[in-house]
Design a protein around this ligand. Structure first.
Ligand code: C2E
Ligand code: CMP
Ligand code: CA
Ligand code: CA
Length: 380
């Protein structure tokens, strides 16, 4: 966009949906007082951006702008900027908003206009809570407050425990034992899932040796939950290989549990999953039927086990349609050489029906809640 010397680009208190990058020329930013008097705030030159403030927090233009020489401006539209900001880290978002507020305060001081004191918005309170939790989780990891619990998985044919799902807990000295429901989203949506994720894998590798000592010669498989973000980390496979060597474990004694979300990530993640499978890990598809279910990937991906989600199991007794869906899932899995784990079994009646429909494995409160490793060892 070209502007002539003296031309107004936009005026104070207007709404804005564009910011500008100055390619050539100079732009004056000026504040207009209620009586019409103008105060110059800055003259900007090539490489500078202006008009971004109204886009970031949807407020009115804080000042007017005009070309002081002939100018060439590159337009940045609102969606472009907001998309980037909205997908950035929460701390970064909050810092940007605080800096904006401070700049607005400065304009007021500089121009002598006394406006209201700026209060943190309700939104920033939620963000602050999350930031606090995020730093507590970081500390929790450093202070080794995470623990892996295990929920037994039963082989339906023999009714014996043949494995477990490793489930993280936070043993906070102040708050007690905390379920992943409170913090797993935050963990998975921050880079923290990478170090914590490797800690989880390493802990499971170590614990598998204690299980083997208790039950020499018997196959026991530990299922480890892996998030999409972990799998898409470029160092994932190399670190996994290093940990296999370090602990001398056999990957065939572990299942990696991934959800359908992994497949939304596409290409490289699927490639990583194939590599894990090639290393010997079994792959289990978690929460099957609850998300982005496409039957296509069942045939194309290295999936060995399907976990039927508790939402199906809990409705199976009262609802013929649910029963038909579960029956079809089990039929299809068998045709595709996959085995079925029924999750969240709480009653004998649920167990009986899953058995009749042909599920291979069962997991749920009926058999045991997730327990500490020492308790799991006692159960074996
Ligand atoms: P998930 O992978 O679907 O794990 C199963 C959840 O169902 C567990 O909750 C388990 O305690 C619960 N559950 C098991 N049997 C029953 C039952 O009979 N009835 C009911 N009502 N619930 C049952 P938990 O341990 O709170 O974990 C919640 C979610 O947090 C997990 O869902 C998983 O997505 C995530 N998570 C847990 N540990 C890890 C981990 O080590 N890594 C990652 N990436 N995610 C984890
Ligand atoms: P916005 O509020 O959208 O519109 C006016 C723009 O002027 C503002 O975004 C900033 O890009 C810019 N601006 C406001 N105050 C100053 C200042 N003190 N120094 C430099 N640029 C400013
Ligand atoms: Ca799981
Ligand atoms: Ca599940």
């Amino acid at each position: 966009m070209d502007f002539k010397s003296g031309e107004i680009i936009f005026k104070q208190d207007q709404q804005g949906d564009q910011a500008f990058l100055i390619e050539t020329g100079n732009v004056e930013i000026y504040y207009t007082h209620r009586g019409g008097l103008e105060t110059s705030l800055a003259i900007l030159g090539p490489g500078e951006i202006f008009g971004e403030m109204a886009l970031i927090d949807s407020s009115l233009r804080s000042a007017s702008t005009r070309a002081t020489t002939a100018c060439k401006l590159f337009v940045i539209n609102k969606e472009q900027l907001r998309d980037k900001l909205d997908s950035s880290d929460l701390t970064v978002q909050l810092v940007v908003k605080m800096l904006l507020n401070r700049l607005r305060q400065q304009i007021r001081n500089q121009t002598g206009d006394n406006l209201d004191i700026i209060n943190a918005s309700a939104h920033s309170e939620i963000v602050l809570d999350r930031i606090k939790l995020e730093s507590q989780i970081r500390d929790a990891h450093q202070n080794k407050e995470f623990v892996m619990y295990h929920q037994p998985i039963i082989d339906i044919k023999t009714s014996k425990i043949c494995g477990s799902e490793a489930l993280i807990r936070w043993n906070s000295p102040e708050k007690g034992l905390i379920s992943p429901g409170i913090f797993i989203d935050l963990l998975e949506n921050s880079a923290l899932i990478i170090p914590v994720g490797f800690w989880i894998i390493e802990e499971c590798f170590q614990q598998s040796k204690l299980v083997a000592q208790k039950n020499p010669g018997q196959k026991f498989s530990i299922s480890i939950n892996i998030s999409a973000r972990q799998l898409s980390n470029s160092g994932f496979i190399d670190t996994l290989k290093m940990l296999i060597l370090k602990h001398g474990i056999n990957p065939e004694n572990f299942k990696l549990e991934v959800t359908e979300r992994v497949f939304i990530e596409g290409g490289s993640v699927i490639d990583f999953l194939n590599k894990c499978h090639a290393l010997g890990f079994e792959i289990s598809l978690d929460d099957f039927g609850t998300g982005f279910s496409s039957l296509q990937y069942l045939s194309r991906l290295p999936i060995d086990f399907i976990k039927i989600d508790r939402s199906f199991v809990m409705n199976i007794l009262g609802d013929e349609k649910t029963k038909a869906i579960v029956s079809a899932i089990i039929y299809l899995s068998k045709k595709l050489n996959m085995q079925v784990i029924a999750e969240g079994i709480e009653t004998e009646a649920e167990f009986k029906i899953m058995k009749e429909l042909g599920a291979n494995f069962a997991q749920g409160y009926l058999f045991s809640k997730p327990v500490e490793l020492s308790r799991l060892l006692e159960m074996l």
